[in-house]
Design a protein around this ligand. Structure first.
Ligand SMILES: NC(=O)C1=CN([C@@H]2O[C@H](COP(=O)(O)OP(=O)(O)OC[C@H]3O[C@@H](n4cnc5c(N)ncnc54)[C@H](O)[C@@H]3O)[C@@H](O)[C@H]2O)C=CC1
Ligand SMILES: O=C(O)C(=O)Cc1ccc(O)cc1
Length: 367
């Protein structure tokens, strides 16, 4: 597609969207703006954007597609101040915020003026922030939720999907209310729980320094998301306050129930509690695309020396096994690190496992 795309907020998500748009639409001109001059300069020097806008107004006036990739509170303020009369006729406005009701509500003034605002939320990301962590493939295989209101013609939604086709995400249309309810339970509330578990461990740590040294395995898995950006999550929780409060009530009632099982040493109830949770979790569509993007992961214990990643990827390349994602997980011990390789299919993962067993003695396990 051709035209001007204006991306406001060149961080992890804005940068990744810019890369995906440039990849799919080389003829488009991607213009960027960020209040942080360093992020903006970096995006320009990494060639994620073609131009920088001097002011927000300059960018808005030039754009056929406007992508607001700022933290949710800022997105609300930008929408409130957007000079509607200066927008191009037919321009589409979207955002990438993790919450939707307040943002779509804030965009009502655009919708009332006939501007197509289509709320968006790519359901993938990272605990990292900033443009340096942006990747064109960040959203590959992930769900990308769109929340158009009834006033937006379907054909505009299709145009937006085409603009975003380079994300290789799977689009799902929901109402803003459905979006906030679902993401509340699977994403927002879990961040809160993860942070609270870390607080609990930290309190114990003050009594026994061994706590953090022994914190491994399950604790690290369940608290990974506590390393996310605190400002971003503060704003998300406030935006989705209504759902959070409802979830707090349910969670506390659930904890009371569970507490009583333990207090009464009700082994049958405890066993069933774990069993039912296991059955539901094991049955999540991990083999297809879940709400949290899932891949066929293979964990490889690799010695911590330079070049080990290219060694591993080199063997896989020799056998034409393609990797959709690669990540180094925090080193668990001094000598070994864990490399997480993601594949598109079970078959690719099995081939990779066999390939690495043939060429190396690194332990592998599926995740
Ligand atoms: N980080 C993640 O994993 C995901 C984040 N999101 C959503 O994407 C949005 C952006 O998040 P990230 O890219 O992670 O954050 P980030 O911190 O990496 O980037 C945000 C950028 O917006 C800029 N910014 C802030 N206020 C601005 C303003 N008024 N005008 C122009 N630029 C401004 C900041 O300087 C920063 O460069 C948030 O709304 C978040 O809810 C959605 C999916 C995943
Ligand atoms: O890294 C993780 O597990 C995340 O939770 C990433 C993420 C963060 C915010 C979103 O709105 C969607 C996905």
């Amino acid at each position: 597609m051709e035209g001007n795309v204006f991306i406001v907020g060149l961080g992890l998500i804005g940068g990744s969207i810019a890369l995906a748009i440039k990849k799919a639409h080389p003829a488009a001109v991607v213009i960027g703006y960020d209040v942080n001059g360093h992020q903006l300069g970096l995006a320009r020097s990494l060639k994620m954007i073609d131009e920088t806008a001097r002011t927000l107004e300059d960018g808005f006036a030039a754009a056929d597609l406007i992508v607001l990739a700022t933290p949710v509170m800022q997105t609300e303020s930008i929408l409130a101040a957007m000079p509607i009369e200066q927008l191009k006729r037919g321009a589409i406005v979207t955002d990438v915020g993790s919450t939707k009701q307040r943002i779509v509500q804030g965009a009502r003034r655009l919708l009332e003026a006939g501007v197509a605002f289509i709320g968006g939320h790519p359901m993938a990301g990272s605990h990292k922030s900033g443009v340096a962590a942006a990747r064109a493939h960040l959203f590959e295989n992930a769900f990308y939720i769109l929340t158009p209101t009834d006033d937006v013609p379907l054909e505009r939604v299709e145009t937006l999907k085409q603009w975003l086709s380079g994300t290789k995400a799977q689009f799902v249309v929901l109402t803003p209310e459905e979006h906030d309810r679902i993401t509340g339970v699977i994403s927002h509330f879990p961040h809160l729980i993860a942070a609270s578990l870390v607080h609990q461990a930290r309190e114990y740590e003050s009594k026994n320094a061994l706590v953090s040294r022994l914190a491994a395995g399950g604790f690290r898995d369940i608290t990974r998301i506590a390393s996310s950006n605190p400002e971003m999550w503060r704003d998300i929780l406030i935006h989705n306050k209504r759902e959070m409060l409802a979830l707090f009530d349910r969670w506390m009632a659930e904890m009371e129930r569970l507490r009583s099982f333990v207090e009464e040493e009700n082994s049958i109830a405890i066993y069933h509690y774990f069993l039912e949770a296991k059955q539901f979790r094991d049955g999540l569509p991990a083999r297809t695309k879940g709400a949290i993007p899932s891949f066929y992961d293979l964990y490889v214990d690799v010695p911590d020396y330079p070049g080990v990643i290219s060694e591993v990827t080199g063997y896989l390349a020799q056998e034409n096994i393609s990797i959709t994602n690669i990540r180094i997980i925090e080193t668990r011990e001094e000598i070994y690190g864990v490399l997480r390789l993601s594949f598109q299919s079970e078959d690719d993962r099995a081939r990779a496992k066999a390939c690495l067993a043939k060429h190396t003695n690194y332990a592998t396990y599926e995740g």
